[in-house]
Ligand binder design. Structure first.
Ligand code: URP
Ligand code: ZN
Ligand code: ZN
Length: 520
């Protein structure tokens, strides 16, 4: 992909900033040409000064970071009788204003629908509107030979290497264990990573009926019918199935302590599993479901829900800091108050989703780095590099190095900003982080070499972002998987056949199946 227009043809020199990658920070200049990083080094500016066409940006005292990668958005998503209000234009503008230079959204077919058609539909929505680069995960919402074949085509020809399976949303998107087994097996074969929305959808549907029967119709019912165990159970089930077929697994929107602990245990057990907390779960909590204002509470409704235990965000951040959890997204899926009001008499009808695409970087800096839980390098790892590695975008994205895309943020770690719906760049009329003061402010955002955000002003054109295809078999994920295939395949034991008599006991006899009978 070449330069992105006349502005990108001009060269940029970012001078004297502290360039932060996931493994190293160093004070150095960065020369950007034709949308990519051309050189890193001290004093790249010749003594006679800037030649024509070279724009010099003074970054002394500031951090120079890889642009953020938001692994999880739903822009203009038709969902629960509505369509999310931040579309691919407004949503990606807001992303850039917050220091995020790439998003990965989801193409989601209806049950019985074609995955390829869903992919093309989402491309047709996004391509003319996106202001930053983007990619697409595709959801598997049902199972058939056609789905299996289309997954192969998407991975081979269309740049999709991640497929999301919903274990919730019964009758809409939910698939059962048998389908999960089949989909995970296919992911493994085609070199994709399986993603799960981990919640027990059957349990939720039954418990929701119970809540409504009790007269609990408000947003608090949303959390009460799907407590932590519902998320933790599904998380463990998904890990168990993925492990059985040796498929890498990525758990999206990890919202509870219990689910995060399941992932941490599995990783310590050597499983190839990654957990993605989101800005909402790291920055706020589920006590809002009990807010006296209906519209306030409804704006926090998402699945899995935010947790009422107020120590949850800090706990998730601790796990993110120490690599029990790996990446960060937002699940940005925004609905205005009037859309949320579809569920004013029944919480199961409130369109699920929250904001985050603009605020993720600042919220994580505030709660993660400013709090002293993680350093600047871990910040880069969890906001871009790890995602780039898992989804096979690295080192083109997620790193500032010669040859990488010039997706760069000049970051002021000392400045503060107060998050508010009144000032944010998103279309939605509410912000779940309202009033939060965050250290860590993006001063300049550069997207493939173009200065798209500077001093609070966006300079973007709809459609100038690009679809970034992703190849299958990401080395970061698949090296271990393939090695295990070679070394861990069970071999049948060579043994003498049983030559004795076969028991004539009736099958219902209580002694059948005891050790003694099975191994006389
Ligand atoms: O509440 C949510 N999470 N809305 C978007 C759909 C999903 O499950 O990711
Ligand atoms: Zn989900
Ligand atoms: Zn989502």
């Amino acid at each position: 992909i070449g330069p992105r227009g006349p502005l990108a043809m001009s060269r940029l020199l970012i001078r004297g900033g502290r360039v932060v990658n996931d493994d190293l920070s160093q004070v150095t200049d960065v020369l950007v040409e034709d949308g990519v990083v051309r050189a890193l080094g001290r004093d790249l500016l010749p003594p006679e000064g800037a030649p024509t066409g070279l724009r010099v940006i003074d970054a002394a005292g500031k951090l120079v970071l890889p642009g953020g990668i938001d692994t999880h958005t739903h822009l203009q998503f038709p969902f629960m009788g509505s369509r999310s209000v931040d579309d691919f234009h407004q949503g990606t503008k807001a992303a850039l204003a917050g220091g995020t230079t790439m998003i990965i959204d989801f193409a989601i077919p209806q049950k019985g629908g074609s995955l390829l058609e869903a992919f093309e539909t989402w491309r047709s929505w996004a391509d003319p509107k996106v202001c930053c680069d983007y990619s697409l995960h595709v959801a598997v919402t049902w199972w058939s030979d056609q789905v299996k074949e289309e997954m192969k085509i998407l991975a081979r020809d269309k740049g999709v290497n991640s497929f999301k399976m919903f274990m919730a949303y019964r009758d809409l998107y939910m698939v059962g264990d048998k389908e999960l087994y089949a989909a995970f097996s296919q992911c493994k074969k085609i070199g994709a990573i399986a993603q799960v929305h981990a919640e027990n959808g059957d349990l939720i549907a039954e418990e929701a009926k119970k809540m409504l029967a009790l007269g609990i119709t408000g947003p608090e019912g949303h959390e009460l019918c799907r407590p932590e165990a519902v998320e933790a159970e599904a998380t463990l089930r998904a890990i168990t199935i993925a492990s059985a077929v040796n498929c890498p697994l990525y758990v999206v929107h990890v919202m509870s302590k219990s689910a995060a602990k399941v992932i941490a245990d599995a990783r310590r057990d050597g499983k190839v599993v990654y957990g993605e907390p989101i800005a909402a779960g790291l920055g706020t909590d589920g006590t809002h479901y009990w807010n006296k204002e209906w519209h306030h509470a409804a704006h926090y409704v998402m699945g899995p829900p935010l947790r009422p235990d107020p120590s949850t965000p800090g706990f998730l951040m601790n796990l993110l800091a120490n690599d029990d959890l790996t990446t960060t997204g937002t699940d940005n899926c925004t609905f205005n108050t009037c859309q949320k009001a579809l569920g004013k008499d029944d919480f199961t009808k409130i369109p699920n989703g929250v904001n985050g695409v603009e605020d993720r970087m600042s919220v994580i800096w505030e709660k993660g780095v400013h709090s002293g839980k993680m350093d600047e390098n871990r910040f880069v790892a969890v906001t871009s590099t790890n995602a780039a590695k898992i989804f096979n975008l690295y080192p083109r994205k997620g790193r500032i190095a010669v040859g990488s895309d010039a997706d760069i943020v000049i970051w002021d770690p000392k400045a503060t900003r107060t998050i508010s719906a009144k000032t944010h760049h998103q279309a939605v009329d509410f912000n779940i982080f309202e009033g939060m003061v965050c250290h860590g402010v993006p001063l300049v955002t550069i997207s493939r070499g173009k200065m798209v955000y500077e001093a609070g002003v966006l300079n973007v054109t709809a459609g100038e972002g690009k679809f970034i295809p992703r190849k299958p078999f990401a080395e970061y994920v698949y090296q271990r998987i393939q090695q295990r295939d070679q070394t861990c395949t069970p071999v049948p034991v060579e043994r003498e056949p049983y030559k004795g008599e076969v028991s004539k006991l009736k099958p219902r006899d209580s002694t059948v199946g005891t050790r003694k009978q099975d191994h006389p």
